[in-house]
Design a protein around this ligand. Structure first.
Ligand code: TMP
Ligand code: MG
Length: 198
């Protein structure tokens, strides 16, 4: 689904790892280029996988991108752009929110992609805020690596074993450390249902 009728429009593409978020982002950015929109893609400097200067999906889809540390620099980079794509948005600080609001005020189309949940199955960083602000949101699914059912969670594996609840949130990686899992097969040793971090 891709309905874009207004200026100043925020689209959020989310879901677990291996669900095709970056692929969907790249698809939308390529279509914007075909429509002759000035288009720019941004990613956080922390994401060093595959290519420093491109957003790259696990399946190999890619689009040239500018690596950014401080979200405020997005404003100058996007000055002339009509469409701004931001990948791995879960890694940005809360400073990204006012930046996006300014881009929207400038009537730009902003498309962000990022993980809804961390490996614990808990909301990841600023993603809940972005999802609440979205004019349109798409939640993608993957396939559970254990049973083949629909996967909505990301399993972190350290030496083949499920990572514990109190392990650090950020661990950049791909298939060597992560798998998509369904709710039944998502394992987080040390997690209790009453615990929910602010
Ligand atoms: P992807 O959504 O494009 O597959 O990339 C997600 C990135 O986020 C990848 O580098 C692994 C990282 N990540 C964490 O740092 N912590 C987590 O809890 C999860 C699930 C992923
Ligand atoms: Mg991705």
């Amino acid at each position: 689904m891709e309905i874009v009728t207004q200026d100043g429009w925020l689209e959020v593409i989310t879901g677990c790892m291996f669900s095709g978020k970056t692929e969907e982002l790249v698809r939308r950015l390529r279509r914007a280029v075909i429509a002759r929109k000035k288009t720019v893609a941004i990613k956080p400097t922390i994401d060093t996988r595959y290519d420093l200067m491109a957003v790259v999906s696990h399946s190999g889809f890619s689009f040239n991108a500018i690596p950014i540390g401080d979200p405020k620099t997005i404003l100058s980079i996007s000055k002339d752009a009509e469409v701004v794509g931001i990948d791995e948005s879960q890694f940005f600080t809360i400073d990204l929110i006012p930046v996006i609001q300014e881009l929207l005020q400038e009537k730009k189309r902003v498309i962000v992609a990022g993980l809804d949940l961390d490996f614990r199955g808990e909301p990841f960083g600023i993603m809940p805020n972005l999802l609440a602000l979205a004019d349109e949101a798409m939640k993608l699914h993957a396939i559970c690596s254990v049973c083949g059912n629909i996967a909505t969670k990301t399993q972190r594996l350290i030496d083949g074993k499920p990572a514990r609840y109190d392990d650090p949130t950020i661990l950049v990686g791909g298939l060597e450390s992560y798998e998509a899992r369904c709710n039944l097969h998502h394992e987080v040793p040390g997690k209790t249902l009453t615990l929910f971090k602010e």
